[in-house]
Design a protein around this ligand. Structure first.
Ligand code: B16
Ligand code: MG
Length: 234
């Protein structure tokens, strides 16, 4: 006897299938579009040295995607130093001054290869493109890279209260794009960012090495490796 394993009433209708399609792609900035992590590292290392703390490139991995203040707290934890809120604010400001000085030299060539083309091809399919970066300097970085106009909505660290892994940044991006969270896919390079995307009820493409970011729906080595056809898988 022929067993109908997929009774027709369980199959999605054409409209439901259309509803399931991804309607927005939301990109993180640092590590997904450009490597600003290097500039963050040089500035944090300069501060750590002043405080007598040894801060390595490996430890810098822990700062990816997290807020400026949390980054400072991680470095102080490494050095076993406790400071008042006021002192921490001063140090964070000092580090940011150096970071801003370094990123002022950023050139459009520093955008990861193939990324502008990927953003353009996503938009040409009628899919919205957003940017969601924890950085309060995202505007400056986008302006210096000359890619600000490639996004339908931009959310940065100045517009949110809770930083990744809290989903707030991605939920705000979806709202600005006019798309429901379940129709969004996030591109992220940091554990905290992947966690935030999933907590927002979105799909997530991790940008990193195989074996990393294991909670993402898919992991690719470089942002530009993403195949548009994969949007239909989500
Ligand atoms: P700022 P993303 C993040 O950018 C960086 O990955 C993280 O290392 C940094 O601490 C954070 O921005 C805040 O940056 O000090 O410029 O406000 O990955 O969310 O684009
Ligand atoms: Mg990042």
């Amino acid at each position: 006897m022929l067993v109908d394993r997929y009774p027709h009433q369980q199959l999605p209708t054409v409209n439901e299938q259309r509803d399931k399609m991804i309607k927005a792609c939301i990109f993180d900035l640092d590590g997904v579009i450009v490597d600003t992590a290097h500039y963050h590292f040089v500035a944090w290392q300069r501060l750590a040295r002043e405080l007598g703390i040894t801060f390595t490139e490996k430890e810098n991995e822990r700062l990816k995607g997290v807020s400026r203040m949390r980054s400072l707290e991680i470095i102080l934890e490494i050095g076993g130093i406790e400071l008042s809120e006021e002192e921490k604010e001063k140090l964070a400001l000092r580090k940011n001054g150096w970071f801003v000085e370094y990123i002022n030299a950023i050139k459009p060539e520093e955008v990861f290869s193939g990324v502008p083309e990927l953003l353009q091809s996503i938009r040409s399919k009628g899919i919205k493109v957003g940017l969601a970066s924890s950085s309060k300097n995202a505007d400056t970085v986008l302006r210096l890279l000359g890619i600000g106009n490639m996004f339908d909505a931009i959310v940065d660290g100045t517009m949110i209260v809770n930083t990744k892994p809290n989903p707030e940044i991605f939920l705000l991006a979806a709202r600005k794009l006019g798309v429901v969270p379940s129709d969004c896919v996030v591109f992220e390079d940091a554990e905290a960012g992947v966690e935030a995307a999933i907590a927002a009820g979105m799909k997530c493409v991790g940008v990193g090495l195989p074996g990393q970011l294991s909670t993402a729906n898919e992991v690719i080595r470089n942002t530009a490796d993403f195949q548009l056809a994969d949007l239909e898988k989500f």
